[in-house]
Design a protein around this ligand. Structure first.
Ligand code: UD1
Length: 420
């Protein structure tokens, strides 16, 4: 298993291009199942999760052509299987996103139940209830979800009990080709949901309200081919901003969208960073300062993203002052703090809150990555720590960060991958 070896202490300084957003690319790839004609998706990031989704489509018989610039042309007319097998779903929960498109377009789907994972139980009950409200019959047997419908799904009025990104996306895709109007209330407002809606609109869907908590979808009989470029990854951008801030350094991010990171940028300013933004760039300069501790509380968009929580916890671990980080979206998502304490951080957990007493320095140590964003936080801790940090189980990080060591090296970090 690959490991990352980091020699901490270098101040990050440089320029980077932000990759396409994993969490927009995944539902958009699933949405290609809805079209009658080939769809070309551009700006896909080079990531394990993307390869897994491509593999999943491929094993259903979908025809995929990938070019060297990571554009993929998807022709779903050759589909022959309507199943997402356990072997793929277990490596990537987002496989559940094929459920809505399959049942809506082909009238049947069999998707392995995504089990628990490192950040809590993560049920999919709201995806299933929404599809049932649209007329699908859903049963669960042998660890698989079976969904079917005779003819088309029908439009429905759906009130989501909790804000769910994946649930909103699954129902949005299904509603795009359902018979009649669907209204989704308490919908997720995340930019990735908006990107999916824009792609569906480019395919001919009739959607309004995306970006608000009320989506209105007038189902159409068929969706056509199109070309669509995935939005830049706001979490990747946020991670490099925090890494630069934690090291007292500076970074200029190209192809980053500041409007997707408003709360994160506010918090970085509160930590002492100087931020300069344009339409498609974000520049951060800490001017050598140690960050001030900033408290955060996660919430659905436009609140503070749960996917940035671990990185801020790492920055707070070496910041001046005491802070609290409260996780409200997922249970059990503060586990990385135990590994940070092994590096000399002073973090205690009370319920869903981490209380962090900032330390003047951390010390490198062998640590273990537990999930995707937790791994990013250990990389940040390693960058600021004195001495060497060896991060094990970095396959988690390869699921969500394109060429992380090359990008950090370009910013002056001493980091390298050790292959086993
Ligand atoms: C997506 C993102 C993930 C991010 C999360 C929250 C992708 C591929 N992943 O995950 O990176 O951390 O949004 O921003 O886009 N819930 C239910 N019932 C359901 C569905 C969800 O109770 O049917 C709960 C979950 O347990 C969780 C909360 O809703 O507590 C939010 O989860 P959700 O927004 O669905 O996350 P994902 O779509 O899985």
């Amino acid at each position: 298993m690959d490991k990352l070896l980091i020699k901490g202490g270098n101040r990050l300084d440089g320029e980077l291009r932000i990759s396409g957003a994993k969490n927009a690319a995944l539902p958009i790839l699933a949405a290609t199942l809805l079209a009658d004609e080939p769809i070309t998706i551009g700006n896909l990031p080079h990531l394990h999760d993307i390869t897994t989704m491509i593999e999943l489509l491929g094993c259903m018989g979908v025809d995929l052509t990938i070019d060297e610039k990571m554009s993929v042309e998807v022709d779903s007319s050759t589909i022959s299987e309507f199943e997402a097998p356990y072997e793929l779903v277990k490596t990537m929960r987002a496989s559940i996103l094929v459920l809505g498109p399959l049942v809506a377009r082909y009238g049947r789907a069999r998707v392995s139940f995504p089990g628990g994972c490192a950040i809590g139980s993560r049920p999919v009950d709201l995806h299933l209830r929404g599809l049932e409200a649209m007329g699908a019959t859903v049963t669960v047997d042998g660890g698989y979800i079976n969904a079917s419908v005779d003819g088309r799904l029908r439009g429905a009025h759906i009130v989501m009990e909790t804000v769910t990104v994946g649930g909103t996306e699954n129902l949005l895709m299904a509603a795009a080709v359902a018979d009649g109007r669907t209204v989704i209330e308490n919908a997720a407002r995340e930019p990735e949901v908006v990107d999916l809606a824009e792609c569906l609109i480019a395919m001919g869907a009739k959607i309004s309200g995306h970006g608000s908590d009320r989506l209105v979808i007038d189902g159409v009989e068929r969706l056509q081919g199109c070309r669509y470029d995935v939005m830049p990854d706001r979490i990747e951008a946020g991670t490099y901003l925090v890494a630069a801030a934690a090291t007292g350094g500076r970074v200029h991010l190209r192809e980053a969208r500041p409007e997707h990171l408003e709360v994160v940028l506010q918090k970085l300013e509160a930590a002492g960073a100087r931020i300069d933004c344009g339409e498609d760039y974000i520049a951060l300069d800490m001017e050598g300062r140690r960050p001030q501790a900033v408290s955060v509380r996660t919430a659905p968009y436009p609140g503070f993203p749960t996917d940035m929580q671990a990185q801020f916890t790492a920055m707070n671990a070496i910041a001046e002052g005491t802070s609290t980080v409260t996780e409200t979206v997922f249970e059990n998502r503060l586990i990385q703090t135990h590994e940070m304490n092994r590096m000399g951080a002073d973090i205690t957990i009370e319920g869903n809150t981490a209380i962090i007493v900032g330390q003047p320095e951390l010390a490198g140590a062998p640590v273990m990555a537990t999930d995707l964003r937790a791994s990013a936080s250990l990389v940040i801790a390693g960058l600021v720590a004195r001495g060497e940090t060896l991060i094990d189980r970095i396959y988690h990080i390869d699921r969500g960060y394109e060429c992380i060591e090359e990008k950090l090296q370009a910013l002056g970090a001493d980091i390298r991958r050790l292959a086993d």
